[in-house]
Design a protein around this ligand. Structure first.
Ligand code: AR6
Length: 169
C-alpha cells in the first residue's frame, strides 16, 4: 500500500491541491463532463489561456493556471476514445497518467488529483481504466520521493467502488 495514494468520491473542482487534472479533448477548448465543470469553476480566463496552447494530442498533457479554482494549476490531458481496445487505448490511457505526473513533477507540483479519465463519454471500460491508472501512478511514485499526495477523485459511486477494489492490487 502506498500512503501517498488516496481514493475519494467527490467533485474535483473543489479540491485544494497544487494541480487538478482535466480529462480534455484534443482541441483543449472545453466540453462537457469534468472538462465543462473545470472550465465553469475556473472562469473564462482558463479558455483564453487554452486557446494559446494550440491543442494537445491524445496521451499527452499541458499545463495552465487554475484561475478561480482552489487548485493552482490545471493539467489538461486527452484520454483515448474507446474503440474496442485495438487502437492502443490502454497504452494511451497509461500515457495520460504518466505524462501528467511528469509534467507535474517538472513544475514542482506536490499534490495532484486525477478524475477517471476516458470513463465518461469516451467509454473506456471502468475496471480496466482503474487498473491502468493505479498501476501507472504507483509505478511513477516508486521512483519519486517528491510527490506528497496523489488523489483519485471519483465522481460516480461505481468508479469509487471499482477504485477501492482495484487498489488491493
Ligand atoms: N469531478 C470529478 N469527476 C467528474 C466531474 C467532476 N466535477 N464531472 C464528471 N466527472 P468525462 P472523458 C467524471 O465524460 O470520458 C468532455 O466533453 C465522470 O463521472 O468528463 O475522458 C471533454 O471535452 C467520469 O467518470 O471525460 C472530451 O470531449 C470522468 O469524470 C470528453 O468529454 C470522465 O468523464 C472526454 O471524455
Amino acid at each position: 500500500m502506498n500512503s501517498r495514494l488516496e481514493i475519494i468520491q467527490g467533485d474535483i473542482t473543489k479540491l485544494n491541491v497544487d494541480a487538478i487534472v482535466n480529462a480534455a479533448n484534443t482541441s483543449l477548448l472545453g466540453g462537457g463532463g469534468v472538462d465543462g465543470a473545470i472550465h465553469r469553476a475556473a472562469g473564462p480566463e482558463l479558455l483564453v489561456e487554452c486557446k494559446t496552447i494550440g491543442g494537445c494530442p491524445t496521451g499527452e498533457a499541458r499545463l495552465t493556471e487554475g484561475y478561480n479554482l482552489p487548485a493552482n494549476f490545471v493539467i489538461h490531458t486527452v484520454g483515448p476514445i474507446w474503440y474496442g481496445g485495438k487502437n492502443k487505448e490502454e497504452a494511451l490511457l497509461r500515457d495520460c497518467y504518466r505524462n501528467s505526473m511528469v509534467l507535474a513533477d517538472e513544475n514542482d507540483i506536490r499534490t495532484i488529483a486525477f478524475p477517471n479519465i476516458s470513463t465518461g463519454v469516451y467509454h473506456f471500460p471502468k475496471e480496466l481504466a482503474a487498473e491502468i491508472a493505479i498501476r501507472a501512478v504507483q509505478g511513477f511514485l516508486e521512483n519519486n520521493e517528491k510527490f506528497k499526495k496523489v488523489i483519485f477523485c471519483c465522481f460516480d459511486e461505481e468508479n469509487y467502488f471499482i477504485y477501492k477494489d482495484s487498489y488491493v492490487l
